[in-house]
Design a binder for this molecule. Structure first.
Ligand SMILES: Cc1ncc(COP(=O)(O)O)c(C=O)c1O
Length: 398
């Protein structure tokens, strides 16, 4: 018998793991399922990426190993994009690193800084790859709850001194998945100051920086003076360009931190497919024009969903970023029960807040991945699910 490692056993169930099976069963039974689970938009990838990829497939040189160096053209396009987007210069060779999706880089990063007994600060609710990466590296996770009364910000300066002393890495993500919260430059400056004071690596996950609404502009962590001493920033082509399955992202930061992640990765992967990097470069070079319509469509969806949910008994405020609604449930309604009713009785996939860790209880997450009309239908069905769960709760207590 094979005995699995404590690290493996310590991993909680992955939030999206069971949904495809239940969804398939319902679809086979003829149910009209509306899937608002994964953050995977229904819009197609940009034509520029598809056409470049098609041509790239005919170039045998791009079928070779990419290794960590990857395609210089992609590194250069990423560096140009950061400069245009944030006005910050990164050397394409030493300060940018292609990733097989940003999840890959984020989850491998702890291996570069964690020794036995070190702490990784992990926000909860949060993207589960942070916790997974921390646990697999042997870190002791310190779960920092994100609370509505703090606008879902992780205030590092409020953590116990002992945690800050032992911490080697903190993960932060704004615009945030799943809460859709955004962070001000002042907040980021306070955070960078704490990381500098305690020598904590700040893994700043900016996967949703392009998906912002009402004129809000998401900053880069490197807009904060001093961030270059402690931070790596992660970007993804998945959400902005509807290229989730292509697996392409990149990290930017100072050469020594990029070098450390490169070293880890050179032992576990051989870099993204070069043809995908070529297509990614084409997308990034047209980034502003390509993302504008996606952002506008998401804003329309957000408005339609917020309005419809309010009419069906939910209290939700319109978020300024990301592609999610983080919707509070009435006190006493379990998010897992609600999500189960939503899917099995009403054909709508949403994620229960508890799937993002206990601190997510009391909420559920909707991904704005279908058009406004479908979102309105979904909101009606979610209203029914809420009534059913409440009736059930009353019946059980009675
Ligand atoms: C906060 C956050 N970071 C990173 C990712 C991963 O993106 P990628 O597809 O680049 O691995 C996701 C995907 O859902 C996410 O929500």
């Amino acid at each position: 018998m094979i005995r699995f490692s404590e690290r493996l056993e310590s991993l909680p169930g992955y939030p999206l793991a069971e949904i495809p099976t239940i969804k398939r069963r319902l679809l086979e039974a003829g149910v009209d399922v509306i899937d608002l689970g994964a953050g995977d938009n229904d819009t197609p990838p940009p034509a520029a990426a598809v056409e470049t990829m098609t041509a790239a497939l005919r170039n045998p040189a791009l079928s070779k190993y990419g290794f960590q160096q990857g395609l210089l053209e992609f590194r250069q396009a990423a560096s140009r994009w950061i400069d245009r987007r944030f006005g910050i210069r990164f050397d394409p060779v030493s300060e940018v690193l292609p990733l097989i999706g940003s999840k890959e880089g984020l989850s491998h990063l702890p291996l570069a800084v964690i020794n036995n007994g070190d702490v990784a600060i992990v926000p909860e609710p949060g993207y589960q790859a942070y916790l997974g990466g921390a646990l697999l590296s042997g870190a002791e996770p310190y779960i920092a709850p994100l609370r509505p009364e703090n606008q879902f910000l992780l205030n590092l300066d409020e953590l116990p001194a002992e945690v800050l002393r032992r911490a080697k890495i903190v993960f932060l993500n704004y615009p945030n998945n799943p809460t859709a919260a955004v962070a001000s430059v002042e907040y980021l400056a306070r955070t960078v100051a704490v990381c500098r004071a305690h020598g904590i690596l700040l893994a700043y996950d900016n996967a949703y920086c392009d998906l912002t609404f009402d004129g809000y502009r998401a900053p880069s962590i490197f807009e904060i003076p001093g961030a270059r001493d402690v931070a790596l920033e992660f970007f993804s082509l998945s959400k902005s360009y509807s290229m989730t399955g292509w697996r392409l992202g990149f990290a930017a930061g100072p050469p020594e931190l990029i070098g450390a992640l490169t070293r880890v990765k050179s032992y576990v992967d051989t870099g993204p497919f070069l043809a995908v990097q070529k297509a990614g470069a084409a997308a990034l070079d047209q980034g502003e024009a390509l993302v504008a319509p996606i952002r506008q469509e998401l804003e329309r969806r957000r408005d339609a969903a917020v309005e419809a949910l309010r009419q069906t008994g939910f209290q939700v405020d319109p978020p300024r970023g990301a592609m999610y609604l983080w919707v509070p449930l009435p006190t006493g309604v379990s998010s897992a029960d609600f999500a189960k009713h939503a899917l099995e009785k009403n054909g709508v996939v949403v994620l229960p807040g508890s799937a993002f860790g206990p601190a997510g209880e009391g909420f559920f997450r909707i991904a704005l991945t279908v058009g406004a009309k479908r979102l309105q239908v979904a909101a009606d069905r979610l209203g029914s699910a809420l009534q059913q769960v409440r009736r059930g709760a009353v019946a059980t207590t009675a």
